[in-house]
Design a protein around this ligand. Structure first.
Ligand SMILES: Cc1ncc(COP(=O)(O)O)c(C=O)c1O
Ligand SMILES: N[C@@H](CCCC[NH3+])C(=O)O
Length: 408
């Protein structure tokens, strides 16, 4: 049974009663279904799907995707450690990010990861130097910034000239030529990632077309690539957005890659986990202000930063049999910031004690959580059919305070 009050066969109210709120709840079947959609749409191209760990890095979730055959896109030593701990195969790990430190590069080389997605010329030199010291050859791909407008929120757009990510398009050929002279690098591919929560397919296809122009120019220079990685970015429905259709996307990619011997890689994050997650929260107070009404809940911007950071919309459903009248209100948390809101001007019927479900919070919610206002990070539960498991226990104050010392 799946309706808005159940996660698979489990009523959200049962989980809230057992584990308390705020609580993140994930549907394992929804994750599997999201991955199946990719696997089926792109079946003819046999892509390596590298789940973007930053979207949700819980170890059980990584284990689930590893078991389903995913590779992983990581951006830090910490994420590498998580994937290995969860049983992911280093040979299917790609390492993105503009600021890889020497220690991170060394560690990743020692683990024999599949590839570094290199974002600058100094990074190329750094990887070559470290690989030489370790007597290794580092497989590298260059992340190219194709200067394509992804038409998404400016904070999550990454493929424009003004963004810090990737190597500028016009510098790409020279960067590959430099890489070809560095003896401890092995050029394996090319990649891009133009932004997140894309609702339109055309920028993704345009980016691929621009990358293929480079692939051809490189081939003419005798630099032959083994793979092309199109990044992530496929948007999900939070409210009523149109989102890219994977079958149409795959067909366009297939047409453009026809006749080429390039292994396809993808780095989806949000589209694999976003709609599989729900954040449960309890109403503390209904507060009638002079200009506005407020539904004050026990979750806050530290649990779900997206509304504060990007004015992002998340649907909110009252899971209690409420007797309250509808009102228009901001749904806010207890944090001492006016920016601490989970919804603005929402029509909602709620009273103190009601259980609210904040939808589409599988991606970039728990992984972006903080301890601001000395709030303990919430617990996480994974549901599979009629079974559920606690996959992260709620933090407690000992967890929070123990790294600190009173030494004055
Ligand atoms: C390099 C890279 N790959 C993949 C992703 C995953 O993106 P998304 O969650 O939009 O699929 C991101 C995040 O935007 C990223 O920075
Ligand atoms: N954190 C963002 C997405 C950024 C993805 C990282 N490049 C979000 O919540 O939508």
């Amino acid at each position: 049974m799946t309706d808005s009050f159940h996660c698979e066969q489990i009523p959200y109210s049962v989980l809230a009663a057992e584990y308390g709120t705020p609580l993140y709840v994930y549907s394992q079947q929804a994750m599997t279904a999201a991955l199946n959609q990719y696997q089926q749409a792109f079946a003819a191209l046999q892509p390596l799907i590298c789940y973007a760990v930053k979207a949700n890095s819980n170890l059980s979730i990584l284990r689930h995707f590893a078991r389903l055959g995913c590779g992983f896109d990581i951006v830090s030593r910490g994420e590498l450690q998580r994937v290995l701990t969860a049983g992911g195969d280093a040979k299917n790990i790609i390492f993105s990010g503009v600021g890889k430190s020497c220690a991170e590069i060394e560690w990743a080389l020692k683990q024999n990861i599949r590839c570094f997605n290199v974002e600058s010329l100094p990074e190329l030199e750094r990887i070559n130097t470290i690989a030489a010291r370790l007597d290794k050859i580092a497989p590298i791909s260059l992340r190219i910034n194709p200067d394509v407008n992804a038409h998404t929120h400016p904070y999550i757009s990454t493929g424009l000239k003004a963004n810090k990510f990737g190597i500028a398009y016009q510098d790409a050929i020279a960067a590959y030529q430099l890489a070809a002279t560095l003896p401890h690098l092995q050029i394996t591919g090319i990649d891009c990632h133009i932004g997140s929560q894309l609702t339109d397919l055309s920028p993704l296809v345009e980016a691929l077309e621009r990358m293929l122009l480079l692939v051809d120019k490189l081939a003419a220079l005798n630099i032959h690539l083994e793979h092309i990685d199109l990044g992530g970015g496929v948007g999900i429905v939070y409210q009523n957005e149109n989102v890219p259709d994977l079958v149409t996307y795959a067909a366009a990619v297939k047409r453009l890659l026809a006749g080429r011997h390039l292994q396809l890689m993808l780095e989806p994050g949000r589209s694999l986990i976003g709609n599989a997650g729900t954040l449960l929260t309890t109403v503390e107070y209904i507060k009638h202000g002079e200009e506005k009404n407020f539904v004050v809940v026990d979750a806050a911007m530290n649990d779900l930063m997206r509304p504060s950071l990007y004015q992002a919309y998340h649907a909110i459903v009252n899971a209690s049999q409420t007797s309250a009248d509808e009102l228009t209100a901001d749904v806010v948390g207890p944090i001492c910031e006016s920016g601490d809101f989970l919804a603005k001007d929402r029509t909602i019927a709620a009273k103190a004690g009601d259980l609210l479900l904040i939808k589409s919070t599988g991606a970039y919610a728990s992984s972006m959580a903080s301890n601001y206002n000395t709030r303990c990070r919430a617990a996480e539960v994974l549901v599979n059919g009629a079974e559920y498991k606690l996959i992260r226990q709620r933090e407690n104050l000992t967890d929070l305070l123990s790294p600190e010392k009173v030494c004055l």
